[in-house]
Design a protein around this ligand. Structure first.
Ligand code: GLN
Length: 506
């Protein structure tokens, strides 16, 4: 029998519909794979085996009696641990939420449950989604399935590594500055950050509310489109949710897979290449531009002059919002509660002891930064200036999208680095998101598509690279058309999916 864990979600869905396989068989195959390889990868913080199998049995019974089901019914999924799940631990990778079991589901989880998709478990991440390597998790790091000595990206390294190690056919990620796309790039998987407001944030443990967006983590562009259509759409429980239907994403992916991009204008962002970008990353990117040209696209250079300030603006806006969002973790309401070692047990001292013990170094660093940037006398100089830069970046995008339909760049400047390499150098860590952050500041959608392998500068086996496509707000369909066309052209040149070349685990 074919190895079910190797199939795309679209193929699994089709086999389920045709009753060639049951959801119990599919779900069990992934649970077996988790048992076999996740000890080495550590993509999961919590495996939800019993409930996943119960959902699978239920959906099989419904299919048996001919009930009309969602196209993804019975296809299992993994969920990043920053998304709250009723009855299942939701720690956001932090000690401070250890032992907290949410009494409700995020809207996107509700949709997953309504579609009757078994939830395999919760995936590892940098604490409160702060990081680019998943090394800031309080529960140990995740390994890159291509080379276990290297990072899987972050903050959503767990979801990406689950896809790359075939322990889930679909996963949910969140992207505040690149945490879906950058892990996708360095693990050879697909990741999509939807338009801000197009997937509900209700039930996401907030990092930076004006930047956060949940989205699909998959192995193929079509799988992302299928999942995106399920989780997206208006939600009255999220006040920033766009009250409009999504564009036709699956249709756009199908059209793109046909390989014809004639009439599509592609802009290469001059500021997102060159210095700081690894030679092999740049080379694969240039080769892919040629494939887009051959598919009929017109490729031009576009300048976005304010992008050079994006990272600096982001690291004021994000800590400012995060310091406010994380104020609710006080030892009173959720998870951990630590009493002071000596002296009186007052509310303030319990809060200080809990936050001191419960938050990791990176979280503390950002809370201090954010609190400072928001303090009286500094607000205008820091937060105010950063907001002005944000507007300039939005204007760069507006001007660029008058000339072209999509913008492109490498997703991340380098291939996956070694575990531990950048842990003591926050600025080096922050630079991983130099190409992904502008989209979050502007609220526009982006996709990372596997873009071939490149030699790491420090030796070892060749590692994945990603190709990023950005589109105007609410035009997420363009990501899927261009992404699917590129995927089809690349897979033709490779003779199959990139992940077929990953080393065997277990
Ligand atoms: N790596 C970036 C950060 O540390 C992005 C995080 C994210 O998208 N959640 O903030």
């Amino acid at each position: 029998m074919t190895d079910l864990t190797r199939l795309s979600a679209a193929d699994l869905a089709q086999k389920l519909r045709r009753r060639e396989v049951t959801s119990v068989e599919v779900t069990q195959a992934f649970l077996d794979r988790i048992a076999a390889v996740d000890g080495a990868v550590h993509a999961y913080l919590h495996v939800n085996a019993e409930e996943a199998l119960a959902t699978a049995r239920d959906v099989d019974a419904r299919r048996e009696v001919g009930e009309e089901l969602h196209p993804l019914a019975g296809v299992p999924i993994a969920v990043k641990d920053v998304v709250v799940t009723r009855g299942m631990p939701s720690t956001a990778g932090s000690k401070i939420l250890e032992g907290w079991v949410p009494p409700y589901d995020a809207t996107l989880v509700e949709k997953i449950r309504d579609a009757r998709m078994p939830i395999l478990g919760k995936t590892n991440m940098d604490e409160f989604a702060m990081g680019s390597s998943t090394e800031h998790s309080a529960y140990g790091n995740t390994h890159n399935p291509w080379d276990l000595e290297r990072i899987p990206g972050g903050s959503g390294g767990g979801s990406a590594a689950a896809l790359a190690s075939f322990t889930a056919p679909l996963a949910i990620g969140t992207d505040t500055g690149g945490s879906i796309r950058q892990p996708g790039a360095v693990t050879g998987t697909v990741g999509v950050k939807p338009t801000y407001g197009s997937v509900s944030r209700y039930g996401l443990i907030a990092l930076a509310s004006s930047l956060d967006q949940a989205g699909p983590v998959t192995r193929t562009v079509m799988d992302s489109a299928l999942l995106h259509e399920l989780i997206g759409g208006h939600d009255p429980r999220d006040s920033t949710s766009i009250p409009e239907p999504l564009p036709a994403l699956v249709e756009a992916a199908a059209q793109g897979a046909g390989g014809d991009l004639s009439g599509v204008r592609v802009g290469v962002v001059s500021q997102l290449q060159g210095e700081g970008y690894q030679e092999g990353v740049q080379a694969r990117f240039t080769e892919s531009l040629e494939l887009l040209r051959r598919a009929g696209a017109e490729v031009v250079q576009v300048s976005c002059p304010h992008f050079e300030y994006a990272l600096a603006a982001y690291y004021l806006i994000l800590p400012a919002e995060a310091s406010s969002n994380l104020a609710k973790f006080d030892g009173m309401r959720f998870g951990l509660r630590v009493e002071p070692e000596d002296g009186p047990v007052t509310a303030e001292r319990v809060m200080a002891a809990t936050r001191g013990a419960g938050f990791g170094d990176e979280v503390k660093r950002r809370i201090i930064l954010g609190t400072y940037a928001l303090s009286a006398g500094y607000y205008d100089a820091y937060y105010g200036s950063a907001q002005k830069v944000r507007t300039l970046i939005q204007q760069d995008f507006d001007a660029a999208f008058e000339q072209v339909d999509v913008l492109v760049s490498p997703t991340a400047p380098t291939t996956a680095f070694k575990l531990g390499e950048k842990l003591d150098d926050p600025l080096a860590m922050y630079l991983n998101d130099v190409a992904t952050i502008p989209a979050n500041l502007a609220g526009i959608p982006g996709i990372s598509v596997p873009n071939g392998l490149a030699e790491p500068t420090d030796g070892g086996a060749a590692m994945p690279t990603g190709f990023q496509v950005l589109a105007p707000a609410k035009a997420d369909d363009r990501l899927y058309r261009v992404g699917a066309a590129l995927e089809a052209a690349l897979e033709k040149s490779w003779g199959g999916p990139l992940l077929d070349r990953a080393p065997e685990l277990g």
